[in-house]
Design a binder for this molecule. Structure first.
Ligand code: HEM
Length: 345
């Protein structure tokens, strides 16, 4: 009997162990993150309409690798099936995990619905000849899926307790939420910059504030409007500064809350480091005329930052293994703190 058959039998009889579930959750997160970059490769190589139909590549073939653009688009489409399989496995693993946890099942369901929804948005992208709003939503939906996968992974590492408790005081929690909101606005604005600029799909793609024109063969094309690109990039850049200021205000709020700081230390440090690199790449790519290599790094950086922001959010609460944890925490809060102690648990 192969090891796989033995594993399937054991899982059917006893369910997934928490450790096995975490491995499946990591796989789903990796697949969902990688497809953002392969999807980006489609745009950055100008292969957005490498396949001009959906689900068939074109009206002759389901899979067509006869041109470079068609091959890039096809590889991305085929990779979607692998992602679909990974996500299906994660959702099933959440259901068959022992003990079964409602929160993990919900994240599994979000991912399970999200992947076919992405297929549909991808189809709209092709059918609308790369409409910028469709391209933008294709990316944003991917960010939702990455966030769901990170939540699933972080929550899977928590004890299987019956109740959730806050790990930080309310004002820290509010600051973390504010940071998540500003990070999301930054990301949305980034997608508007992309769909105003030269990497919206291919040279024929419509753009936000693009200039309609015809090429030498009389084909309708859209030229980038340089003024629009520079002002949306500026707005994106200013919002990044506001977001970074919110991150520093969170750091300031944490200065006397040793225990709360301990809870958020790893995700907040990661957030600040990635944001600094991401911001620098943003300015360099803009001044260098948006070379595809740097734009790809910026895309991967944005995905990483969305993942880290989700991790930061997730770290503000956890499950209580025992009801006593909650009592201890509340007692810790109501006691007046002495100098150098924290209100958080
Ligand atoms: C925390 C920092 C930042 C985040 C999270 C972020 C996020 C993003 C996102 C999500 C995109 C769209 C990616 C895509 O759809 O492929 C983008 C594009 C872009 N960002 Fe940023 N960004 C950041 C900082 C900056 C800064 C400081 C600048 C400088 C002005 C900048 C300039 C750009 C430009 C020019 C694009 C368009 C690139 C293209 O042609 O595809 N970014 N950004």
């Amino acid at each position: 009997m192969s090891r796989l058959t033995a594993l399937v039998r054991r899982v059917r009889a006893e369910g997934f162990t928490p450790r096995e579930f975490r491995t499946v959750a990591i796989t789903a997160l990796v697949l969902l993150s990688v497809i953002v970059v392969t999807g980006g490769a489609v745009r950055l190589s100008g292969s957005g309409l490498g396949c001009d139909d959906w689900p068939n590549c074109n009206n002759e073939r389901f899979i067509d690798v006869s041109t470079g653009h068609a091959a890039v688009e096809n590889i991305n489409r085929l990779f979607t099936f692998l992602v679909g399989f990974g996500v299906l496995l994660a959702a099933l693993a959440a259901w068959y995990r022992r003990p079964r946890r409602r929160d993990l099942v919900v994240y599994g369901l979000v991912m399970l619905i999200g992947v076919p929804a992405q297929g549909l948005v991808g189809a709209v992208v092709v059918w609308t000849d790369l409409h910028p709003a469709a391209v933008q939503w294709h990316f944003l939906l991917s960010m939702v899926l990455v966030a769901a996968a990170v939540m699933m992974l972080v929550r899977a590492g928590e004890p299987d307790g019956p109740r959730r408790i806050a790990t930080v005081v309310p004002r820290v929690r509010r600051r973390v939420r504010l940071l998540a909101v500003w990070t999301s606005i930054t990301v949305v604005l980034g997608t508007i910059v992309t769909n105003t600029g030269p990497h919206a799909g291919d040279e024929y793609a419509k753009r936000f504030w693009g200039i309609a024109d015809v090429d030498a063969s009389g084909e309708r094309i859209f030229r980038v409007n340089g003024d629009a690109l520079s002002w949306v990039s500026r707005v994106h850049g200013v919002v990044v500064w506001v977001t970074v200021a919110v991150a520093f205000s969170l750091l300031w709020t944490l200065r006397n809350l040793r225990k709360d700081r301990g809870m958020l230390d790893a995700p907040l440090t990661a957030w600040l480091l990635v944001a600094i690199v991401q911001g620098s790449v943003g300015y360099v790519q803009y001044s260098a005329g948006l070379p595809v290599g740097l734009v790809a790094v910026h895309l991967a950086g944005a995905t990483t930052l969305v993942g880290i922001t989700t991790w930061l959010w997730a770290a503000t609460s956890t499950t209580a293994e025992r009801a006593g944890d909650m009592v201890e925490r509340v007692a810790g809060r109501t006691r007046r703190p002495r100098r150098g102690t924290s209100l958080g648990s």
